[in-house]
Design a protein around this ligand. Structure first.
Ligand code: NDP
Length: 336
């Protein structure tokens, strides 16, 4: 019998999630059935959607999230011992998995796949730049914004997992890139390390004035990670036929009600803007195509995957609320 631990969400979050909303449960795993594998978790992802989906799921529930694990025992010939897999079993140190585990929330059933060939890169990228956040940036930006060389792209949440990749992909495509992030250090990093043309600290600047100064030719594409008034300000400065990919609205996730933001319809009509929201599972059949390109860019030195690593299974809560508060630069991951 293998002893396992998992984090269970006991209560719906009220504002910022509290440690008392969670419980670490120890339990014994049953013997494997045909088709199943025993996974030892190595890397766990902490993501904003763990906060966003909380209110829609009956409690208690096992905390879900992506992880990279290694097969320790197997009754599935497709997954021999030692195989590294990416799965969506959540905050647990050992877990029994198969290819069609039912999942909580809105997630597709079959989420277990072999870690893509990372060509020697860290396996942790399987929950980051070569995982769900990577394909969110890749497909969400390229498919919905359809960027052209020479255009101006704005991205919010620019120093985070998805945003930092979007900005770099926009540079690869020959665009001028402006990022909004929550500290001067993050802004310096975006400009000096990632090649953003300009990064603006949304907590300090007057966004309308600063964006106008940074985008003399206006804004053609906007990749929206945060929503709220900042997004209204950016959208109001877009050029005719501008494209907006709405990826997330983290500025509202800890709020009880969706905060109000300025009305957008005049800009939409007069500028003929396209605004489209998306869920990255729309492209789940093409994720491998995205992974292949992302690895090639990383290996070629065009894309820098940055991680904010927290160590320890017991620190998952700290890493999660730290990410929501903006402590991460790049992808927030926990090494178990
Ligand atoms: P990040 O790595 O960007 O981490 C979250 C960041 O959000 C923090 O670092 C913080 O950075 C920023 N933030 C926190 N509060 C606020 C606020 N009030 N206003 C503005 N920024 C804030 O997370 P991800 O890259 O994983 O996710 C980014 C967005 O993409 C989220 O909205 C997420 O829900 C969404 N997403 C959507 C997917 C889809 O399929 N549509 C898939 C994956 C992610 P700072 O210091 O800059 O404030």
């Amino acid at each position: 019998m293998v002893k396992a631990r998992k984090w269970v969400v006991k209560k719906h979050f009220d504002g910022v999630p509290k440690l008392s909303d969670f419980e670490i449960v120890e339990y014994e795993l049953p013997p494997l059935k045909d088709g199943e594998v025993l996974l030892k978790t190595e890397w766990v992802s902490v993501d904003p959607y763990l906060r966003a989906y909380n209110k829609n799921i009956p409690v208690p529930y096992d905390q879900f999230s992506f992880q990279v694990g290694v097969v320790k025992e197997t009754k599935n010939p497709k997954f021999p011992v030692g195989t590294k897999v990416v799965t969506h079993k959540g905050w647990c140190d050992y877990v029994i998995d198969n290819e069609t585990s039912p999942e909580v929330g809105h997630f597709p059933k079959a989420l277990t796949y072999k870690l893509p060939d990372l060509q020697g890169l860290s396996p942790s990228l399987g929950v980051g730049a070569v995982g769900m956040p990577g394909v969110t940036a890749y497909f969400g930006f390229l498919e919905l914004c359809q960027p052209k060389a020479g255009e101006t792209v704005v991205v919010t949440g620019a120093a985070g997992a998805v945003g930092s990749l979007v900005g770099q992909i926009a540079k690869i495509k020959g665009c001028r890139v402006i990022g909004f992030a929550g500290s001067d250090e993050k802004c310096q990093w975006l400009e000096k390390e990632l090649g953003f043309d300009k990064a603006l600290n949304y907590k300090k600047v007057d966004a309308q004035t600063a964006l106008k100064a940074a985008t003399p030719k206006g804004v053609d594409c906007y990749f929206d990670n945060v929503g709220g008034e900042l997004s209204s300000t950016i959208i109001s400065q877009m050029n005719t036929r501008g494209r907006v990919a709405v990826c997330g609205s983290i500025s509202a996730y800890n709020e009880k009600e969706v905060p109000k933001a300025s009305i957008l319809q005049p800009s939409l009509v007069f500028k003929e803007l396209t605004i489209e929201g998306f869920n990255v599972y729309r492209w789940v059949d093409r994720w491998t195509e995205g992974f292949t390109q992302l690895v090639a860019w990383i290996k070629g030195g065009q894309l820098k995957p940055t991680e904010h690593v927290t160590e320890g299974f017991d620190k998952l809560y700290d890493a999660f609320v730290g990410m929501l508060a903006g402590e991460n630069t790049g992808k927030a991951v926990v090494k178990v």
